[in-house]
Design a protein around this ligand. Structure first.
Ligand code: GLV
Length: 377
């Protein structure tokens, strides 16, 4: 792992290790992928102010995120299918995050179940859910998250209907993954993945046991989502979740100042400024473009977290400069997981931490709390 020097190196390695359909599930966005590109382009377009001759011999990245100490202002975002990027992917991701002292968020659409991750880890993790048509299932997931002593519930707001990710049907992405004529050439070059994932013990959504149609599994994720997720969900339903979940509540998928105010009114502890990694409304602005207006609307009344395009420690510093308390990684986590399992994720976190530390130093900043718009030009 020592010649892995950037999250881009981990992405290159991931591309060689896992099937194209799985890699593309992480890599892709919806429709023409305009918003996906904006996320990284708009972060790239920001420049730092370089400051010199400031004593930066003692830099601290330590902070708190949603009420708990974190060794740096970063968390692992909820991502579906992590267990297809590496066997036991969610467990390994949670362990790497815990060893680093940062939060890990498990997705409802994970391969390892909430109970699997709880049994295999010692630190509390966050759990993400959507509003489902069957509200009894939401209630059940909340109870399971309470039983697993999850430290926060992340409610995703921006996926009432699914933006089409064209790569998935083109690649024939199915759950469980299958060998077919279409992917045979690709799969023969990935023997380790075949052995550990395709023939492994966890091959479908761990949290959804008994809820996914028959033995044939899911051939079109979009059809399954349309049948299960509640397109009629509204802010009253968020109140419903708030009244049932006793712990910290994080609302993910806010991309507008007015929605930020409505989210705040629910009593949420944090919001995540997010366009779902460019996977939902194509043509929406980048997350970084709307972060300042959301931060102004919230005005310190709850925590503002950020995701969308974070590939480096420099990107984390930019999000913090524009008012985020912390950033989340989704794609960079999945690439790292595919590249090297727990060691891969650990390497990604080391890289991001070092990049952030050096960026702080070269902008003349010693404390995370001192990062502000003045570090940008
Ligand atoms: C799930 O939330 C996804 O973006 O695939």
């Amino acid at each position: 792992m020592t010649m892995i020097l950037s999250t881009g190196d981990l992405r290159d390695l991931a591309r060689r290790r896992i099937p194209r359909a799985i890699f593309d599930y992480a890599e892709g966005g919806s429709y023409d992928e305009r918003t996906l590109r904006r996320n990284t382009d708009d972060l790239d377009a920001l420049s730092f102010r370089q400051r010199v001759m400031v004593d930066v011999s003692d830099i601290s990245l330590a902070t708190t995120l949603v009420g708990l100490p974190a060794s740096m202002p970063l968390g692992i975002a909820p991502t579906g299918l992590a267990g297809f990027f590496h066997a036991d992917g969610e467990i390994l991701g949670a362990r790497a995050a815990a060893a680093f002292g940062i939060p890990f968020c498990l997705s409802t659409m994970s391969i390892c179940s909430i109970e699997d991750v709880r049994a295999a880890t010692t630190q509390p993790f966050w759990f993400q859910q959507y509003l489902m048509r069957d509200r009894g299932f939401n209630q059940e997931l909340i109870e399971r998250a309470i039983a697993a002593q999850c430290s926060a519930l992340v409610l995703t707001l921006d996926l009432q209907v699914l933006g089409e990710r064209r790569r998935d049907p083109r690649n024939g992405l199915s759950i469980p993954p299958r060998l077919s004529l279409r992917n045979a050439f690709d799969l023969v070059t990935k023997p380790a993945w075949i052995k550990t994932v395709l023939l492994g013990k966890r091959r479908t959504f761990g949290n959804l046991a008994g809820r996914i149609g028959g033995s044939s599994g899911i051939s079109r994720l979009s059809e399954w989502t349309a049948s299960q997720f509640d397109a009629s969900a509204n802010w009253r339903d968020v109140d419903w979740v708030r009244s049932r979940w006793p712990g910290k509540l994080i609302l993910k998928g806010v991309l507008d100042a007015e929605d930020a105010r409505l989210a705040l009114a629910t009593g949420a502890d944090a919001i995540v400024v997010s366009n779902h990694g460019g996977r939902q409304l194509d043509g929406a602005p980048s997350s970084i473009a709307v972060l300042p207006e959301v931060v102004r609307a919230i005005d310190g009344r709850c925590e503002v977290l950020f995701d969308g395009g974070i590939r480096s420690g420099q990107d984390i510093a930019k999000a913090l400069a524009l008012g985020a308390r912390g950033a989340l990684i989704g794609k960079s986590f999945l690439y790292a997981l595919a590249a090297g399992g727990q060691a891969g994720v650990t390497r990604a976190l080391q890289i991001l931490r070092e990049e952030l530390r050096v960026t702080l130093a070269l902008t003349g900043t010693s404390r995370i709390d001192d990062v502000g718009p003045h570090i940008l030009r």
